[in-house]
Design a protein around this ligand. Sequence first.
Ligand SMILES: Nc1ncnc2c1ncn2[C@@H]1O[C@H](COP(=O)(O)OP(=O)(O)O)[C@@H](O)[C@H]1O
Ligand SMILES: [Mg+2]
Length: 262
Amino acid sequence: MATAYDNAVKQGLAKDDGAAPAVAVEDVRKAFDGHTVLNGVNLGVNRGETLAVLGRSGTGKSVLLRLIIGLEKPDSGSICIQGQDIAGLALDQMGEIRKKMGFLFQHAALYDSLTVGENVAFPLRHHRGEMSKADRDECVNELLAEVGMAGNLKKMPADISGGMQKRVGLARALALKPEILLLDEPTAGLDPISSGEINELILKLQRERQMASVVVTHNMHSARTIANRLAILNEGDVVIQGTYEDLQQSDIGFVKEFLKLS
Ligand SMILES: Nc1ncnc2c1ncn2[C@@H]1O[C@H](COP(=O)(O)OP(=O)(O)O)[C@@H](O)[C@H]1O
Ligand SMILES: [Mg+2]
């Protein structure tokens, strides 16, 4: 029987280099209370590659990310992380896989009552219990420097700008050295200049860390800046996926409309 990986290769979604894609989503369906949100979605992301998932509000982009992280289960279909189907995994196995994934939730979701430094230290405290306080402090300082937030250790989330909050969220997402990075609307709610800066930061992180990334956005400009490939989601289906040039050459009415409006 063909595996999700074989199918991903066949559909041109994964390179046939012998290694499983970082993320392979195959024929995934998900409904809430009888309302179908994802209706047979196929996506693949290779190591070192960034896929942007675009679509209007309410099309299931965040649900898709939550399925990949394993916070929700698909009604049918499969999700493989580095070749491993996460459907049947026990909690501890899922925990191991999740450590390979860094994620930034849609609303940055920093802990309001913790300082910037404590927010970034949080995953280290929970998953790297063996780390000494001195090592952890050093790691937090390095992470904050990496996202351009050195010197902001003691600030509270409420006292920094939206763009800075996203930076801290990114530093926290990177704390466990993820191989896969999942970003939900990393520039939503930011002014154009801050958005541009966050896009540049994401590109820099990709270059330095060579992660596989899935970036959800409704901003075509962001998508084109940071991603190798783009996928447009509409009414439960991936309408098209490919490079921006592929999208531009599409005859699909929805794709033309989407490009015109964004
Ligand atoms: N836990 C849930 N329970 C019920 N409905 C949900 C749940 N999560 C998402 N939905 C619904 O699924 C649809 C897609 O949501 P979402 O993935 O957040 O959209 P997007 O991120 O593309 O804006 C929406 O109609 C939303 O109301
Ligand atoms: Mg969303």
